[in-house]
Design a protein around this ligand. Structure first.
Ligand code: MCA
Ligand code: AMP
Length: 535
């Protein structure tokens, strides 16, 4: 198994465009330490099933009566739950969905924008599209017309599966060509699905929009082999088995909820209780009422669980995982104490899915993200930047060769190039600690916000002369979006700015704090220095 490298410091520096040859003096624990004792796993084993689709459909055929999904709301308050979807029903429904999409004229390789709330029909539509060979483009349901139109213009979808009527209208308006627009139920005539699950490992499966380390949102193309490798790696590291049951309350349109939560459940032949969103009571009720074993959340969810006093209700789970943003040591201690076992923190990224994890067996260290997962190689190079490579790592953005050139650096050993994560790391006693980011990014409640995007919108406010946006630390959100403003006349309030940004920015990007200043800190080139803005 691969893992971290130990080598002398090399003068090559990725930001200088060099070849990446070696890391700083470091020896992260090897990825093989994630394996159960006596277990053997090669990099080839991770992709031996070919694609996730083939693996899933074999499981469904072998055990059609297995319980798979349950939509649950508040069982204790008498709200509806269920019935359970079995593997056989899901197989049939996803095949029907694939047939409807193919019947509407869609062909393998066509892009489908998918922006839905969390429901089993949404999963049927998603998996049906993949089974038909389509490339799914997940989009946040909170996006404004401007944000959705950017994605539509970029990927030129042949179809969109969207729940909101306004989003359906926006997709039609932004499309240059014919586009089939349907809701999660895919209300189209049945059609011949053609060959199902025929995608090859190298075919694209998802285009996930993210800003990478710099620039405007771009689509990270994840291939079927990336999804398979990442899922298999986690299944072994976290001992995911058919007996497991996940309480799933993460949004489906991000890699955390989709590629970890949904794909992991399907690949393990396990089951999940699907919640429409996060609510501490609903999570604990679902864990208890449906005998769950797993919970995956972002730090904001753990914060709210701790404040609700209901975290001890998760004691019955065998594993609680945190990721997408840093989990503070204090919150780690508080939650771990309440649930009776240490939360497992891991580190991922849309372009790579999961990179590192604390171990299932052994020492889970607060404030660290563990060490490389099976198949993944991680180095901390001269500038403290974390670079990764492995079968999980994507190989480029959608139609953005110059962004690819910035993102990857060739490897001195002639192997796969290294992806620059834009995260800064340190090896502390063989565990990876994320110290910060070189990319300009705010993470609020697990959602990424790019300061430049918010600044561009705020600059249009009539009473804003100059503006810079940064993240202010917050116990609940990790960071909150803060606007630093030089005003002309009475400074706009938070409410003014929220009202102003609402038509163009998803609400999680809107400023929660405003700081009025006489001038912004600038360097000799006149560029605003965000790190000097204060808090
Ligand atoms: C909702 N709001 C937010 C956020 N979420 N504002 C800032 N940051 C946010 N993250 C807005 C709502 O739109 C609403 O605005 C107001 O805040 C209050 O909403 P509230 O009801 O309190 O929030 P919520 O709906 O309960 O959502 C909080 C949440 C959610 C459950 C923590 O943000 C969430 O599900 N986060 C997870 C994101 C995630 O999955 N990230 C993974 C990406 P208004 O009042 O104006 O309507 S990273 C990834 O995938 C990589 C691979 C990885 O490593 O995992
Ligand atoms: P995204 O582009 O939405 O996939 O977000 C990926 C980014 O989230 C990473 O590059 C990190 O900056 C951050 N991230 C994910 N997991 C963690 C973690 N456990 N601790 C700190 N940052 C994290």
């Amino acid at each position: 198994m691969t893992g971290a490298r130990t080598a002398p410091v090399d003068a090559s520096h990725p930001s200088c465009g060099g070849v990446i040859g070696s890391n700083k003096e470091s020896a992260l624990r090897p990825s093989s330490d994630h394996l159960p004792s006596g277990y053997r796993l090669t990099a080839g084993d991770l992709v031996a099933s070919g694609t996730l689709l083939r693996k899933w459909s074999r499981r469904w055929k072998d055990a059609p009566d297995t319980r798979l999904w349950l939509e649950a709301y508040r069982p204790s308050s008498g709200d509806s739950a269920g019935p359970w979807w079995t593997a056989g029903q899901f197989d049939a429904a996803t095949s029907r969905a694939a047939g409807r999409l193919r019947g509407a004229g869609l062909r393998p390789g066509d892009r489908v924008v998918w922006s839905t709330g969390s429901s089993v029909p949404a999963l049927v539509a998603h998996v049906g599209a993949l089974r038909a060979g389509l490339v799914v483009v997940p989009a946040n349901t909170a996006y404004s017309e401007r944000e959705l139109a950017h994605i539509v213009a970029d990927v030129r979808p042949s179809a969109a599966i969207v729940d909101r009527a306004d989003q359906a209208a926006w997709v039609r308006r932004a499309s240059n060509g014919p586009v089939v627009v349907v809701g999660s139920e895919i209300d189209l005539p049945d059609g011949d699905p053609g060959p199902l699950d025929a995608a090859a490992p190298d075919d694209p499966a998802l285009i996930c929009f993210t800003s990478g380390t710099t620039g405007a949102p771009k689509g990270a193309v994840l291939r079927h082999r990336n999804l398979l490798a990442a899922t298999e790696s986690l299944a072994v590291a976290w001992r995911w088995s058919p007996e497991d049951r996940l309480v799933h309350c993460l949004p489906l349109f991000h890699a955390h909820g989709l590629c970890v939560g949904v794909y992991g459940t399907l690949a393990a032949g396990a089951s999940a209780v699907l919640l429409p969103g996060f609510d501490p009571d609903a999570v604990v009720d679902a864990a208890d009422g449906h005998r769950a074993s797993l919970f995956f959340g972002v730090p904001t969810m753990y914060h709210r669980l701790a404040r609700s006093g209901r975290a001890p209700g998760l004691r019955r789970l065998r594993l609680c995982v945190s990721g997408s943003a840093p989990l503070s040591k204090d919150l780690h201690a508080e939650v771990s104490g309440a649930i009776g076992s240490p939360v497992l923190e891991r580190y991922g990224m849309t372009e790579t899915l999961m990179n590192a994890s604390n171990p299932y067996d052994g020492d889970r260290r607060p404030g660290t993200v563990g060490f490389p997962l099976p198949g993944v190689e991680i180095m901390v190079i001269g500038s403290d930047e974390i670079v990764v490579r492995g079968p999980n790592v994507f190989d480029g953005y959608w139609e953005r060769p110059s962004a690819d050139a910035d993102a990857f650096r060739p490897a001195a050993d002639g192997g796969s190039p290294w992806l620059r994560t834009g995260d800064l790391g340190e090896d502390v006693d063989s565990y990876l600690v994320i110290k910060g980011r070189s990319k300009e990014l705010i993470i609020s409640g697990g959602y990424n916000v790019y300061p430049v995007e918010v600044e561009d919108v705020l600059a249009g406010h009539p009473r804003v002369v100059e503006v810079a946006v940064s993240g202010t630390p917050s116990d609940e959100w990790g960071e909150v979006v803060t606007a630093w403003i030089v005003a002309d006349g009475p400074p706009p309030s938070v409410a003014d700015l929220v009202e102003f940004t609402a038509p163009t920015l998803a609400s999680y990007k809107c400023p929660r704090l405003v700081r009025v200043v006489d001038e912004l800190p600038r360097n000799a080139m006149g560029k605003v220095v965000r790190s000097q803005l204060g808090q």
